[in-house]
Design a protein around this ligand. Structure first.
Ligand code: ZN
Ligand code: ZN
Length: 220
């Protein structure tokens, strides 16, 4: 086993993943982010290892490379959530520790942490956390006891379970309106817009927003 080489590989994959998220996965932008040329130099080695392919300006991850990169990013972003949500760190304070975690967390531990945190969709910086097996399983489970707000009967009150959105702006807007997990929510009308009452305030929501709010299924 060559830990140092794995470390270099993981760091490179992480950079490439970020460039890809910003839609600028090219040789030129890698060089811009790599002034010492260390990672650019590694490209040839890892292309020989079947992790990535370089064709002129274009860099692409092979399926193997993508799988490894997904795991690294998932561990890094879950570690960030763990540090902020459970240990009360600020997102800025998480960086170094999260970078250590991403190399050492065992797969079983990753699933446990993800489950403990409620299968979060975004890291504290608002970047998406790639889903694991545990998240897919939990979607099925959650659907059985939880319904969408827009599937509730008009006039009924339930409690918010979770807000299911990848959209950080929308999430923050809902949170600022007081629509947070555990809060009682009454469905006042469904059409033309969804109107809910939360904390004695009536709020109109677009249907797509209402669909992203999950509430407990009430059998009454
Ligand atoms: Zn982050
Ligand atoms: Zn999960």
């Amino acid at each position: 086993m060559n830990h140092y080489k794995d470390y270099r590989r993981d760091e490179l994959l992480e950079i490439l993943w970020h460039l890809d998220e910003d839609h600028e996965l090219t040789l030129t932008s890698l060089k811009q982010h790599d002034p010492d040329g260390i990672f650019t130099q590694d490209l040839a080695t890892f292309s020989d290892n079947g992790i990535l392919e370089v064709d002129g300006e274009n860099i692409t991850l092979t399926p193997t490379g993508k799988e490894i990169a997904t795991g690294i990013i998932r561990r890094h972003r879950l570690a960030e959530r763990l540090l902020t949500d459970v240990l009360g760190k600020t997102p800025e304070e998480t960086e170094n520790a999260a970078c250590e975690f991403e190399h050492i967390l065992a797969p079983e531990l990753v699933e446990s942490i993800c489950t403990l945190l409620g299968h979060p969709k975004l890291c504290p910086h608002g970047a998406p956390i790639p889903k694991g097996h545990c998240c897919v399983e939990s979607d099925k489970l959650v659907q059985s006891i939880v319904i969408r707000l827009s599937d509730m009967e008009v006039g009924k009150t339930s409690k918010v379970v979770l807000i299911n959105t990848d959209d950080k702006i929308r999430m923050n807007k809902l949170l600022s309106l007081g629509i947070v997990p555990g809060v009682p929510i009454t469905l006042m009308q469904k059409r033309p817009a969804i109107v809910v009452e939360v904390n004695q305030t009536q709020i109109a929501l677009e249907k797509s927003v209402g669909d992203g709010i999950n509430v407990w299924r009430m059998e009454r």
